[in-house]
Design a protein around this ligand. Structure first.
Ligand code: SAH
Ligand code: SF4
Ligand code: F3S
Length: 445
């Protein structure tokens, strides 16, 4: 079978992991575009393939490596193909990856990706094999035009993490917490809004801990709220211990800031929370939930949970289930504990059998399904503002959008010219599933 030609002026990104990685891929893609190298979703034609990796669980690393393996034969056929691993796993493993995968050209860590076009070019023209994982401080300013979606964008406000939750690899692969200067953040947001962006999501591993001199997250939100034309402002993720009343008041008071928090609980058992080094008790978490719901009418809160952490008993798990049921979360991300080499938890015995982890994982998913079903039912009959994302993938006659609370809603395409991605509509909820609100169009604009 003939293989299509590879175009040295095309780069394909395969991105795993969190929003931080998505943003890093976008920023790196922007650097390629500046060099005249366009991004393509077609890995068979790209002259450069970049796999942006995640290390947060072993499964994530396995997926990245099996993707790399897919291109081994392609590299043999076409030695000019440049294969790059970037991101958290690249940072963690460094030159071990080059040794293990002879067909891999470039390993680029979490702080060197803005250099990627140059590194890829060196690999292509000089056949160099390169590891770039040193601690150079990354410049993350970008030209507003270089982004995948015209109407919304991520903006990084801090990099790294200092929380050192005992299970988590992030502080080791992303380095110390550094907050970006508020002037730079504001300049970037203004540039994006001038270029047609209506929604900005501020990103950081723990944005609630943002601080630059006198400016905390509440202060930053206040500044950004004044940018004319910015309709929606979000921020993720917030460590519960850093969610202050001042922040909650800012969310309530500032018109553009969406009534939405992502505040991971991780567990509902104090013993486990302590072993996780989370720095709070279940009661503290419940108090913060209550404070958020009291301060911000209609707030939607998302959470993360880990099941099967070392030493987790049936009673601990029952406490977690209870917290999830009481929490009223609109979304929960549930993970089976995965020991990460080098973390403190990795020294503890991984003593919850995988079968039990699976069972607990499923039980929490079921509990969340039930809770979300009831919450979505309660939204039926009510009206919500949606930011339109485009046609539904499953049914092109319907459009999808998001509420300010970050719920996904679908509605039939109204008569006349269809609302475009980035436009706002008001819909009424007529039906729902645990994950989606079904709606009818009320009015546009
Ligand atoms: N900084 C964010 C996200 C961290 S990673 C935060 O703290 O909220 C996203 C989620 O992955 C975490 O919230 C946690 O629930 C999960 N996670 C992290 N390390 C893990 C591990 N070793 N095993 C299983 N889940 C993990
Ligand atoms: Fe990991 Fe904890 Fe930092 Fe989140 S806050 S990135 S879970 S160490
Ligand atoms: Fe994964 Fe790195 Fe994000 S480990 S979760 S891609 S910060």
């Amino acid at each position: 079978m003939a293989h299509p030609e590879r175009d040295p002026n095309k780069v394909c990104f395969l991105t795993f992991g969190c929003q931080m990685n998505r943003l890093d891929s976008e920023l790196a893609a922007g650097r390629f575009e500046e060099q005249g190298i366009a991004t393509t979703p077609d890995a068979d034609r790209a002259g450069t393939i970049v796999i942006n990796t995640c290390s947060v669980r072993k499964h994530a690393e396995d997926r990245a490596l099996s993707n790399l393996g897919r291109f081994k034969a392609a590299k043999r056929r076409d030695p000019h193909l440049v294969l790059v691993l970037m991101g958290c796993m690249a940072q963690r493993e460094g030159d071990r990856l080059l040794a293990r995968y002879p067909y891999l050209d470039v390993v680029c860590g979490t702080r060197r990706f803005t250099d990627l076009p140059r590194l890829a070019e060196r690999a292509r023209s000089a056949g160099e094999r390169i590891v770039a994982t040193d601690d150079e401080h990354v410049t993350i300013d970008r030209k507003p035009g270089l982004r995948p979606e015209p109407f919304r964008s991520f903006v990084s406000i801090m990099r790294g993490c200092d929380s050192f939750c005992s299970y988590c690899i992030v502080p080791y692969v992303r380095g110390r917490q550094v907050s970006r200067h508020p002037d730079k953040v504001e300049r970037e947001v203004r540039g994006l809004v001038d270029d047609g962006c209506v929604e900005v999501t501020l990103l950081g591993q723990n944005v609630a801990a943002y601080r630059h001199d006198e400016t905390d997250l509440a202060g930053l939100l206040e500044r950004l709220d004044r940018v004319p034309g910015l309709r929606r402002l979000r921020f993720i993720t917030s460590h519960p211990a850093d969610v202050s009343d001042r922040l909650l008041r800012a969310v309530e008071r500032l018109p553009s800031v969406c009534e939405h928090l992502h505040m991971p609980a991780q567990s509902g058992a104090d013993r486990i929370l302590s072993a996780m080094n989370r720095g709070y008790t279940a009661e503290f978490y419940r108090e913060r939930l209550g404070a958020a719901r009291e301060s911000i009418p209609g707030v939607e809160i998302a959470s993360d949970f880990i099941v099967g952490f070392p030493g987790e008993t049936d009673a601990d798990f029952a406490a977690t289930t209870e917290l999830l049921r009481d929490g009223g979360f609109n979304q929960c991300f549930i993970f089976k504990y995965s020991p990460r080499p080098g973390t403190r938890a990795a020294e503890m015995a991984d003593d919850v059998p995988d079968a039990v982890k699976k069972e607990r994982n499923q039980a929490l998913l079921d509990a969340q399904d039930e809770a979300a079903r009831a919450q979505n039912r309660a939204k039926e009959g009510r009206e919500f503002e949606l930011l339109v994302e485009g046609p539904s993938k499953r049914d092109p006659d319907r459009l999808t959008g998001r509420t300010r609370g970050n719920d996904i809603a679908v509605f039939p395409r109204p008569e006349g010219p269809p609302p475009q991605p980035g436009e706002f509509v008001t819909v009424r909820i007529t039906d729902s599933t645990p994950l989606t609100l079904i709606a009818e169009h009320v009015r546009s604009g």
